[in-house]
Design a binder for this molecule. Structure first.
Ligand code: PBG
Length: 321
């Protein structure tokens, strides 16, 4: 076996999985009411952007060849329903308009579609009197948010709330309002993971009463269940499906890749990024080398599209090394 491993040229020639900048989506945060970008301590190198700094970052990403970004909003005010998620002047809608003007069709603009960044209780939907998330009332609000995002210029809406029937509700609303071209990237197999911690710092979300999302996101003991979720989303009209998180779920990515023919995305989430950064900061691992190894593993498992906070660093040079 060693003959084909002898030189870098041989290894390049026979490499099975090749990570390309074309595979990457950069997750970006935009916050209302700030005048300067704010660092996020648990996500070194990632910031909460102003509209202006976001515009510059996206122009830079376009310049280094990253084909897509996904936006998350941090509103100045939150309420029980999360109304800033569909307000025409909500922060993500304004940012989408800015970016559409900045990059035209040269980049794919995605918008995360959920309510947790916008609700004062931090859940991904509206609450019933008993405190549980009301599935059907919530998907009606997702449909409103999808229309607002599409009208503002999103190419792709990405529902991440794990409500039943969310993809069908969003597809029907989009088609009913002339947004036939708007793509749905469904967070189809999204697990109730402890790896989202730094993300919740990034969007200033605390779930009220120390609650969790285990009543709607998937239980990480389950593998086959992911295929049931994916099949439902594809049947409801998802154009692409996502597995999230990525590294602890490579088995799920491989299963999903084998089961469907639509593009499969994987989200290399905040905790996965933060662990690499923290260990590298202590000198315990070679951060850039681990970053390339991790993200390539996600590709090797079967992901066509990879959302990662390393997108910029990878595009700026890591992939050449
Ligand atoms: C929900 C959403 C979350 C993430 C992406 N979309 C948080 C959650 O489900 O609690 C997490 C992403 C990450 O950790 O990088 N809007």
């Amino acid at each position: 076996m060693r003959r084909l491993r002898r030189t870098p040229a041989f290894r390049r020639l026979v490499a099975e999985a090749r990570l390309s900048v074309d595979d990457l989506v950069a997750p970006l945060f935009v916050r209302e009411g700030i005048t300067e970008a704010q660092p996020i301590s648990s996500l070194p190198g990632v910031v909460q952007h102003t509209r202006e700094s976001l515009r510059k970052e996206v122009a830079h990403l376009a310049g280094v060849g990253v084909p897509a970004v996904i936006l998350f909003g941090v509103p100045a005010t939150k309420d029980a329903e999360g109304s800033q998620a569909w307000a025409p002047d909500g922060i993500v809608q304004l940012a989408l308009g800015d970016l559409r003007g900045e990059v035209g069709d040269s980049m794919v603009l995605m918008a995360d579609l959920c309510l947790d960044e916008y609700t004062d209780h931090g859940h991904c939907g509206v609450l019933r009197p008993d405190g549980d998330v009301d599935n059907d009332a919530t998907i009606a609000l997702y449909a409103r948010a999808a229309l607002a995002q599409a009208a503002a210029g999103a190419d792709v809406v990405a529902p991440s709330g794990m409500m039943d029937g969310q993809v069908a509700a969003i597809r029907a609303a989009l088609d009913g309002h002339g947004f036939d071209d708007t793509v749905i990237l469904a967070y189809a197999a999204k697990y109730a993971s402890a790896l989202y911690g730094p993300f919740r710092d990034a969007v200033d979300v605390t779930i009220a009463g120390g609650g969790d999302r285990k009543g709607y996101q998937q239980d990480w003991h389950n593998r086959r269940e992911a295929l049931a979720e994916v099949a439902l989303d594809v049947a409801e009209g998802a154009d692409m499906v996502m597995v999230k998180p990525a590294l602890a779920y490579l088995d799920v990515i491989a299963d999903v890749r084998a089961a469907v023919d639509v593009p499969v995305a994987a989200y290399h989430v905040s905790g996965e990024y933060a662990m690499v950064k923290a260990a590298a900061e202590r000198g315990w691992i070679d951060g850039p080398a681990v970053a390339v190894e991790h993200v390539t593993a996600i590709k090797r498992a079967g992901a066509d599209v990879i959302l990662t906070y390393f997108a910029r660093e990878l595009a700026e040079g890591l992939l050449g090394g």
